[in-house]
Design a protein around this ligand. Structure first.
Ligand code: MTE
Length: 311
């Protein structure tokens, strides 16, 4: 097992993100974690690349968001609509045993135990920005593996054009599902080529630890160039399909949320601007970058598309 369960971690270790925040000690820290076998040895190269990948933004600005903020200010409507609700209530989620069903237009459908996925695809660290549609953002050292690794293993058929993801539906464990604030279960979708892009990962941890329930344990998507709502949490099903799926937010407010949801400062949300964002832990606002700063890497996926219409 490459990463630790929260129960294995002494409380004295939990402030470790202070080390992460300084880039040099971050790398030393990362080396220590890799040496301890907590994450794959490829960690160092991966995080170094991740931190400099966004050519449009100077790396020093990308200080990591403190662990405390990442784990206490969340959107996870299955546990309530307030930002503090998930940290308070998500303890009722049972994250083991947990399986992910991969099905639909694939030659080799299967049901994977999450620990088997972690064995098959050892998680590596990727420092990614995540920008929420509500104009807050974070920089997080995620632990995960490229979604494409799992998709290639199940062998998409020629009919597969999109990927649909579904969160657990169990109102006993997820009490927010007792109220119809959204059409449960939460669903998301990507075009197959977006899903196969190496920046799209399935995450099982952050800050060197397994995910806490409020962040989408035991396994969630992270798509750093899209608004945060695409990064669906606590996934139980991945289905390859031929037609573009409808995601939960699109179903609830189609004029406000589209299928693509690429971070785009030029397209305002109908009720607010998307030009600026505030990093959790900071007071100032900063300009939002196209594709959340990943334009060089992902822009080619959208060549010829009108991203004002396809928002
Ligand atoms: N996934 C599920 N199942 N339910 C949710 O309410 N909220 C989304 C996304 N994934 C959500 C979800 C939104 S709006 C955001 S901004 C991110 O999760 C927040 O992730 P974080 O709390 O780990 O920062």
């Amino acid at each position: 097992m490459p990463i630790r369960r929260p129960a294995d971690i002494r409380s004295s270790e939990i402030t470790d993100e202070a080390l992460y925040r300084d880039r040099r000690s971050f790398i030393r820290q990362a080396a220590g974690i890799a040496a301890a076998g907590l994450v794959a040895p490829s960690l160092l190269a991966a995080c170094d690349r991740g931190r400099t990948a966004a050519s449009e933004e100077p790396a020093p600005d990308d200080a990591l968001t403190p662990f405390e903020d990442v784990t206490t200010y969340n959107n996870f409507y299955e546990f309530g609509t307030g930002k503090g609700d998930p940290a308070k209530h998500a303890g009722s989620l049972r994250v083991r045993p947990w399986t992910v069903t991969v099905e639909g237009e694939v030659a080799k459908p299967g049901v994977y135990d999450v620990d088997e996925l972690i064995r098959l695809f050892p998680p590596e660290e990727r420092v990614y920005r995540l920008r929420c549609v509500e104009a807050w953002s974070m920089v997080i050292p995620w632990l995960g593996f490229p979604l494409e690794n799992l998709l290639k293993r199940v062998e998409p058929t020629g009919q597969a054009r999109f990927v649909e993801f579904t969160t657990l539906h169990d109102p006993e464990q997820m009490p927010g599902q007792k109220r119809r604030v959204l059409d449960w279960p939460y669903r998301e979708g990507l075009r197959l080529d977006e899903a196969m892009h190496p920046l799209a990962i399935l995450s099982v941890g952050l800050y060197g630890r397994m995910l806490l329930p409020q962040n989408g344990a035991p396994i969630r998507l992270v798509v750093p160039w899209k608004y945060g709502f695409k990064s669906i949490k606590s996934i139980v099903r991945i289905r390859l399909v031929n037609r573009q799926p409808v995601n939960t937010w699109q179903a609830s407010a189609p004029n406000e949320y589209g299928f693509y949801a690429n971070v785009n400062p030029a397209v305002d949300h109908p009720r607010w601007t998307q030009k600026r964002e505030r990093r959790l832990g900071e007071f100032r606002h900063r300009p939002t970058l196209p594709f959340n700063g990943y334009a060089d890497e992902v822009g080619r996926l959208y060549t010829g598309m009108d991203l004002r219409r396809n928002f």
